[in-house]
Design a binder for this molecule. Structure first.
Ligand SMILES: Cc1cc2nc3c(=O)[nH]c(=O)nc-3n(C[C@H](O)[C@H](O)[C@H](O)COP(=O)(O)OP(=O)(O)OC[C@H]3O[C@@H](n4cnc5c(N)ncnc54)[C@H](O)[C@@H]3O)c2cc1C
Length: 331
């Protein structure tokens, strides 16, 4: 048996509909890919679709970020390769645009040097609108406000858990080590000196992500904190001021509130894991986990959708998932 095939139990499921718990970018991207392959899907969403981490994100497709764990490299590259088709499908089904906002990231390194990375960014709110439109156009059974028992709803069908920061508590008897990592962020109007900013500026602890197209054009996101604060999503004036001060170290014109007025601020809950890697694969009870994407869920959505659909069809996924095995935290 190959190393790849030990991380999931190929289940001959193509004749059975699948139940997906959680309608964020991960759950809905999986739903769309399964539907494309002719596999029936029901998505159960506790609240409203695409209102949690997936719309709190900055939208960097940060496959080249030197601070990402090395084990993310292959799946990140795979996802970047899938992105054009994934995006085109969302746009075609929904009729809504998801323009690439930026194509270059200036990465500042600890030794004071900087390098240019060929990375794209998207506006996650535009992505979310197109994804939801695509899901509806594809006729996917999406049940929002679901308050029943997921296990009862299953009736023998395969369960995919993509419940973001809430995944640990959503698996019934199964558990994975996913916990919320809060991220606060602010959006400011770009001052005249930075109006033509077209690239992301990023160091280890701060990023400035300009919006170039769509309703947010002419503004930039300054983010984000990384906090262990349970499920709290409040923002804090002192933390936001600290983010602005760090952003001003990269681009001084952002320092003053008068120059770069605040448009809005928010906080979202990243699904974090102890090793900052996703949880992707089959648990001990045929539950499939697709969660723990931490800081890279927007980047990894297409690859996650493809690998989960491959696992459900019994195909060996295109990338090695051994580092993402759900059982890796069990001693
Ligand atoms: C501040 C911030 C900045 C970020 N920036 C980036 C970035 O630049 N690039 C990037 O790639 N990623 C970024 N991320 C990470 C990215 O947003 C997440 O990894 C991704 O959105 C996770 O998607 P998800 O679908 O797993 O979770 P979510 O979007 O949180 O969706 C989970 C869904 O599951 C539902 N749910 C929970 N429990 C249950 C249950 N029991 N039954 C049914 N439904 C349930 C929730 O209501 C929710 O709708 C950022 C995140 C934050 C917070």
């Amino acid at each position: 048996m190959s190393a790849r095939s030990t991380v999931f139990a190929p289940v001959p499921l193509s004749i059975q509909p699948v139940v997906i718990a959680g309608a964020g970018v991960i759950g809905l991207s999986i739903a769309l890919e399964l539907t494309r392959r002719g596999i029936g899907v029901t998505v159960l969403e506790r609240g409203r679709a695409l209102t949690q981490a997936s719309v709190a994100a900055a939208g960097m497709l940060a496959s080249e970020d030197p601070h990402n764990p090395a084990a993310l490299r292959a799946i990140s590259k795979y996802s970047i390769g899938l992105y054009p088709e994934y995006k085109a499908r969302l746009e075609a089904l929904s009729g809504l645009p998801v323009p690439v906002q930026t194509t270059v990231t200036v990465q500042y390194l600890e030794d004071g040097s900087a390098m240019q990375l060929a990375e794209e960014s998207l506006d996650p709110r535009q992505l979310a609108a197109a994804l939801l439109g695509a899901v509806r156009a594809a006729g996917i059974d999406l049940r929002e406000g679901f308050s029943g028992s997921i296990r009862e709803e299953l009736r023998g069908r395969t369960l995919v858990i993509s419940a973001g920061a809430w995944s640990s508590e959503s698996g019934g008897n199964s558990r994975v080590a996913v916990a919320p990592r809060k991220g606060q962020m602010l959006r400011v109007t770009l001052p005249p000196a930075l109006r033509s900013l077209r690239e992301v500026h990023r160091s280890e602890h701060i990023y400035v992500v300009p919006r170039v197209h769509g309703p947010q054009a002419g503004t930039a996101l300054l983010g984000a904190t990384v906090e262990r604060a349970g499920f709290d999503t409040t923002t804090n004036t002192a933390d936001l001021a600290r983010l602005r001060a760090m952003a001003a170290e990269l681009l001084p014109a952002l320092a003053s509130e008068t120059n770069a007025p605040l448009v809005e601020s928010w906080a979202g809950l990243r699904p974090g894991t102890p090793d900052d890697l996703p949880v992707l694969g089959c648990g001990d009870d045929a539950t499939l986990w697709a969660t723990g994407h931490y800081r890279n869920g927007i980047l990894l959505a297409p690859a996650t959708a493809m690998t989960v659909a491959d696992m459900i069809e019994g195909n060996v996924p295109a990338v090695d998932l051994a580092a993402f095995a759900p059982g890796r935290f069990v001693r």
